[in-house]
Write a protein that binds this ligand. Structure first.
Ligand code: FAD
Length: 604
């Protein structure tokens, strides 16, 4: 096996989600504002996209890890040839136009199809994924910028494929974004000068693009402390004149590249603004509204990170499955006592099957959740965008911390299981398993650690909302249980789902009571609540998938029948083996105690 061709997509499952479960072909494609794509074109485009990812992007996966970018003399990262080739193939194919709306000259594909394509980018070469962030950032400027900022930036960002970076973190301001000290001084009009040091900035500067546009959070002189005092600025590497022409080099520099555990080809920069020369930027839009504006970027990035985790788990599973079919080791357990019993491929061993099914059911469940949320985003766009459909917005917002927090946390555990399937071979570089694990670990850390997602879920998305959106989600799960979706074949799965839903409701009720005693209970149990919520939602979606698969398997081709049987098996396994975690979580949460908070620090 070669890591050059490491990437294994699961387009069959992507198509199942989009067209057999979510019915995107009928509900979304060909209809405003997504009139440019019909189902057939979307399927064909995703197939072509898959070929580009498997060949052009995947070749850079291991190569750019072994030969990572280096810091050049003028502070820009010098990218390795493999990564340059990957990005060139992406841009030459015009793939960056896929998500760009038609009024900016793009294809205007709906979020569900765009996220499905992103899964393949992130799975084939995760380091490349965020170099391609320019298209998304141009959409942010389109949404939030003034007409003059849009005219100045958008045509070039899109046509000339400028790079972009989101810039929040500082040495003393990580999870606590509001502690940021980077200052902004007003010059004239919408022009400001920034001064400060940011760290851990993904793809802050590199050599394959003419310009890199930073969206930077900074605090205007005299503004309030905390997140409320932050404003958002467009701070390019080369100044962009009002007529769109390029001006002088702006006063920021990348002063350091971090040496990392994984994702080595994605450069992580320290950036100094206003060191030797002023770093000029434009105040985004017309109001000082930085953190709310940055949340447009953060939400997209959180979804992207959740997709990255699921795509890594999915390709890891498919690689491990291939290895398990080929590697012959040991006899079947039932014939272990016989001296001359035949040796079997390791996929015959129950424990290997258990490890494979854990990965398969989770990867499918995570994809089901992510693409369902993406299809909610389709609907939001169809109803005029964020703010026009409050119910859908709130459901989308409730589910985002699950995609980011659960996918990233659980995928890491399961990538370890995936590596285990290979035995010692998983630990060496001949197979991609070890790099998958290293490259994915960052997902539970950046864009808000898992616990930051858990706090967001409990306080902002549930408690502040009075539990209304969560309650509506529970009603949908209840409907599947009561309507007998999937018939008698799924009776026990629905019973397990009903028990989990009951436990999950009890978890939230218990925690609301305990939180009034001490909010530290939410701190202690928050991650557990997030995981239990996600496990219940995944199980619900997998049961619904299985209900469709049970109907479609009869009369299907051999390949399709195997696929549908696999879907039913995923649902059964997940409900039986994973859902009981929710019951355990309930017990832990009911017993939640404050003693470790009372413990003096010296006792740790
Ligand atoms: C490779 C990489 C790429 C990155 N890319 C970018 C980028 O492009 N742009 C950008 O702006 N940033 C970026 N970051 C920064 C990233 O978003 C932060 O590292 C992350 O938000 C965590 O902040 P921190 O590292 O300061 O950890 P800390 O905030 O110091 O957290 C340390 C631990 O304390 C916990 N903790 C912190 N605060 C609380 C709290 N209030 N309650 C309970 N627990 C808490 C955390 O959960 C964590 O376990 C990147 C980081 C890395 C490593």
């Amino acid at each position: 096996m070669s890591t050059v061709h490491h990437y294994k997509s699961n387009l069959r499952d992507v198509f199942f989600n989009l067209f057999e479960f979510l019915d995107v072909g009928r509900r979304v494609l060909g209809k405003a504002p997504f009139a440019t794509l019909d189902e057939e074109t979307a399927r064909e485009t995703l197939k072509q996209f898959e070929r580009m990812c498997s060949q052009d992007l995947a070749q850079a996966f291991a190569a750019s890890d072994r030969d990572p970018p280096k810091l050049g003399p003028d502070g820009q990262a010098l990218l390795p040839e493999s990564l340059k080739r990957a990005m060139e193939a992406y841009y030459e194919g015009g793939w960056h136009l896929f998500e760009i709306p038609t009024h900016l000259g793009g294809v205007g594909a709906p979020p569900s199809v765009v996220w499905a394509s992103f899964e393949m980018v992130a799975g084939s070469c995760p380091a490349a994924a965020f170099y391609l962030f320019g298209s998304f950032m141009s959409r942010v400027i389109d949404r939030l910028g003034t007409p003059s900022q849009r005219a100045r930036y958008l045509p070039q960002m899109i046509e000339k494929r400028w790079g972009a970076a989101m810039v929040l973190t500082e040495p003393d301001a990580g999870s606590d974004v509001g502690a940021g000290r980077t200052r902004a001084r007003h010059v004239e009009g919408d022009v400001w000068e920034l001064e400060g040091t940011k760290r851990f900035i993904t793809n802050g500067d590199y050599d394959t693009v003419e310009n890199v546009v930073h969206l930077v959070l900074a605090r205007p002189e005299g503004a309030a402390v905390g997140t409320k005092g932050l404003s958002l600025f467009i701070v390019p590497k080369y100044w962009v004149n009002e007529d769109g022409s390029l001006g002088e080099r702006n006063g920021w520099r990348c002063t350091k590249l971090e040496k990392k555990m994984g994702l080595r080809a994605s450069v992580t920069c320290e950036i100094v603004y206003g060191g030797d020369a002023p770093a000029r930027g434009l105040l985004m839009g017309e109001a000082h509204d930085g953190i709310r504006q940055m949340f447009h970027v953060i939400e997209q990035a959180r979804m992207a990170v959740g997709m990255k985790s699921l795509s890594t788990l999915s390709t890891a599973y498919l690689n491990a499955r291939e290895y398990a079919k080929e590697r012959v080791q040991g006899p079947d357990l039932t014939r272990a006592a016989e001296k001359d019993s035949p040796r079997v491929p390791i996929i015959a061993h129950a424990d290997v099957r258990r490890m494979l099914m854990l990965q398969k059911s989770h990867a499918e469940g995570m994809r089901a959740l992510a693409l369902w949320v993406a299809s909610l985003q389709d609907e939001i766009e169809q109803q005029g965008g964020h703010g026009h459909s409050k119910g859908l917005d709130r459901l989308n917002d409730l589910l985002l911390p699950l995609i980011k927090g659960f996918n990233s946390e659980r995928a890491f555990e399961l990538l370890s299981v995936s590596l285990q399937c290979y035995g010692g071979a998983g630990y060496v570089e001949d197979f991609p398993a070890e790099q998958y694990l290293r490259d994915q670990k960052i997902d539970s850390l950046y864009e808000g650690t898992t616990h930051i997602q858990a706090l967001d879920l409990f306080f902002r998305k549930v408690a502040k909302d009075g539990g209304a959106t969560l309650g509506k989600l529970f009603e949908q799960v209840q409907l599947t249980i009561e309507s007998g979706e999937g018939g008698t074949a799924l009776t026990s799965e629905r019973a397990l789902l009903a028990a989990a839903l009951d436990d999950l409701q009890a978890i939230y009720m218990t925690m609301l009571g305990k939180a009034s005693e001490s909010v530290h209970h939410v701190g202690l149990q928050g991650n557990r609540i997030l995981m239990a919520t996600a496990e219940t939602v995944l199980a619900w979606l997998l049961v619904r998938h299985a209900a469709i698969a049970l109907v479609k398997r009869d009369g299907a081709s051999d390949d399709d029948r195997a696929y549908y049987d696999g879907k039913v098996a995923s649902a059964r396994f997940f409900c039986r083996e994973v859902l009981p975690n929710v019951t355990y979580a309930r017990g832990h949460i009911e017993r939640s105690a404050m003693d470790i908070m009372d413990l003096p620090v010296e006792a740790f």
